[in-house]
Design a protein around this ligand. Structure first.
Ligand code: 6CS
Ligand code: FE
Length: 290
């Protein structure tokens, strides 16, 4: 298969234009949140809806999150990733839709699925789900990256036809490491330096060094596009394009910044062999059927 999005080839990284649509349904009047939301997603690569889920709904999900976090038997599972240098501190739990029926129901909720279907204009399946707990004091950063870059290089996602949905379980303040987005960056593909090491995910899910752009590229991109900090109360939902440049700082406040992530991929865009790694990552990070 031709590779339109080379990255981590060891060569000097290139910036190229996106070669895939952003909105796959060209009839913007079909957008369940209106044509303005469609335009915003197309231009900026994201849409944010404060308090899309009620405080009662989020309270129930928070209880569920506490069960998952505190279940010591789960610590043995490979789905549970701990913070770098703090083995007792949960950073990420993958496949939350399988661990918990309540999170599974969120992934099937029409407030989410209708917009996802509009964006991708295809049947969809869950490529990845996870809880990023980002605990107070010890929650570490997620360095700048495009998710698609990783999914293409390490998992074999062919095209940019996937969308991430983030549900805030706790308030995302300006101070507790909210997600930082680079609006409009989804229209360019940023190749990254280096070559993927073997079993890279064991390191990268704690601290990522490959699949991150170099300083010069980031400086130019951010001077062009700026940074949008995603803040809002629990129940708020962010939809963002798979190729949007984003990251977040560490959390030195006492307030956890906990978010649930659901990534939907179009069935026509199922994973093939990785474009820049020898062995695909395990199913719990990147579902190959679903
Ligand atoms: O490697 C991954 O697939 C994950 N890592 C990051 C930092 N974002 C997307 C995804 O969950
Ligand atoms: Fe990410």
């Amino acid at each position: 298969m031709r590779n339109d999005y080379p990255s981590r080839t060891g060569a000097t990284p290139q910036i190229t234009s996106r070669r895939d649509p952003v909105l796959y349904d060209s009839q913007w009047q079909n957008c369940p949140y209106g044509e303005d939301a469609a335009r915003q997603f197309d231009e900026q690569g994201f849409c944010f809806f404060p308090e899309l889920f009620s405080s009662e709904e989020v309270a129930a999900l928070n209880r569920e999150m506490q069960h998952i976090r505190q279940d010591k038997t789960l610590r043995q599972h490979e789905e549970v990733i701990t913070e770098p240098g703090a083995d007792d501190c949960v950073r990420t739990v993958f496949d939350i839709h399988l661990f918990s029926a309540a999170f599974g129901a969120v992934a099937n909720d029409s407030r989410i699925l209708d917009f996802v279907h509009f964006i991708l204009n295809d049947d969809v399946y869950l490529h990845q789900s996870r809880l990023n707990y980002k605990p107070g004091f010890r929650g570490r950063e997620f360095y700048w990256h495009s998710d698609f870059e990783t999914w293409h290089v390490e998992d074999g996602m062919p095209r940019m036809r996937a969308v991430s949905v983030v549900l805030a379980l706790r308030e995302n303040f300006a101070t507790n490491g909210p997600m930082l987005l680079v609006p409009g960056s989804h229209r360019q593909f940023v190749g990254c330096p280096g070559v993927t090491p073997r079993d890279h995910y064991k390191q990268s899910l704690k601290e990522q060094y490959f699949g991150t752009p170099d300083d010069k590229v980031l400086t130019d991109l951010i001077s062009q596009c700026g940074i949008y900090s995603v803040t809002g109360p629990p129940g708020s939902v962010l939809f963002f394009d798979c190729n949007l440049m984003h990251g977040s700082s560490s959390n030195i406040t006492p307030h956890p910044r906990s978010n649930a992530f659901f990534v939907f991929n179009a069935v026509s865009n199922r994973l093939v062999q990785p474009f820049g790694a020898t062995v695909p990552r395990p199913e719990f990070i990147a579902h190959r059927q679903g």
